[in-house]
Ligand binder design. Sequence first.
Ligand SMILES: Nc1ncnc2c1ncn2[C@@H]1O[C@H](COP(=O)(O)OP(=O)(O)OP(=O)(O)O)[C@@H](O)[C@H]1O
Ligand SMILES: [Mg+2]
Length: 405
Amino acid sequence: MIKNLLKKENEYVQEDIPRSDLPRIILFTGKGGVGKTTIAAATAIKISELGKKTLIISTDPAHSLSDSFDVELMATPTKIKQKLYGMEVNVEYELERHWETIKDYLTLFFKSQGIDDVVAEELAIFPGFDELASLLHLLEFYQKREYDLIILDCAPTGETLRLLSVPEIARWYMNRFFGIEKRLLKIVKPIAEPLIDLPLPSEEVLDKIQDLYSRIGLLKEILESPQTTVRLVMNPEKMVIKESERAFTYLNLFGYRVDCIIINKVLPADAGEYFKKWIEIQREYLKDIDDRFPVPKFMLTFKSEEVVGEKLASIANEIYGDKDPSEVFTISKPMRIEKDEDGGLILLLRAPFVNKSQLKVLKRGEELIIIAGQWKRILYLPQSLAMRDPVSAKFMSGELKIKFR
Ligand SMILES: Nc1ncnc2c1ncn2[C@@H]1O[C@H](COP(=O)(O)OP(=O)(O)OP(=O)(O)O)[C@@H](O)[C@H]1O
Ligand SMILES: [Mg+2]
């Protein structure tokens, strides 16, 4: 069994207990074409069959979720089967709903600065808003508590990372751009407006901004809660592993919790003579995946045909076995970065069972290789660390502290 190649799950310690009174959110991401939509759909089916009212949301404009379920999904929740609902976000519509008033003001503002009409309109849509719109949807269903569980089928990793940093960026943007005290503005506006050449935002615009700002704050809280986890889908292939590693590092840094990874399109051992070499190659990559992703792993074999419609139910069983897919498989954060008093950076890694007498830390380009006897971790370094060198490594209370300068 390939599964035996992978580390035992008890290596991954649970930290705090997730709150069961809040809806659970699972985000699926991974490189393009690895099987995100297929696995998100299969997971949703299985969870709904276990009795939880589930909503699956797709942010993909290509409408692949409809194809996967073989059901036409709308921009509002459509019933797929008992306890299972699906929807595909309509970005245009969302943009209008949340941003229109603010956009009108910004257009006016940019025009007052002598910017061409058409360009002003484009500028008034701040970068990443289309992605933000689909996340705001999440908030709505979350607050209504209509569903026990919400699954988000996200865009490929690069875009998802951007999406997940949007709440942070949006808050910053709004702070900078609209960092005008509302009360003060009310007093100043009638006097100032005729004198200066700038249109000042109306109270309605300010209210809208305030509202959006607090929604974004709430969204951030939800995404960072232990009830929300990300599942990275990947294939045992070089380029896919590379991109997934980068995503894994950044997800951890942004404070998101990857509770498991799902390795898809694994060739079964009996795939035949023609695939013999491929099976060997995949075996190597599976070991590699094991060294690089310190979270529980699930697998799905490569099927002889497309996995859509009725076939989805059976693949969830293959992936999760007798486990409930809505479980939070691990909420421990495997890495974080702290600042040192003397300006250095410290990388803290969860490293169970490391014997410090055997510890070896090597840096190779953007990778950090940590070897301690049988235990090995390869880590993709974020830019802030890749530019520095590791100077010391200490092992303290289950954590490895590596100092960079
Ligand atoms: N285990 C598998 N065996 C065989 N075919 C699979 C398997 N998993 C997914 N597929 C097929 O691979 C194709 C891509 O899958 P899917 O659309 O789920 O990927 P995706 O990661 O969502 O892609 P995108 O990045 O375009 O959103 C589909 O045709 C799907 O049926
Ligand atoms: Mg997809």
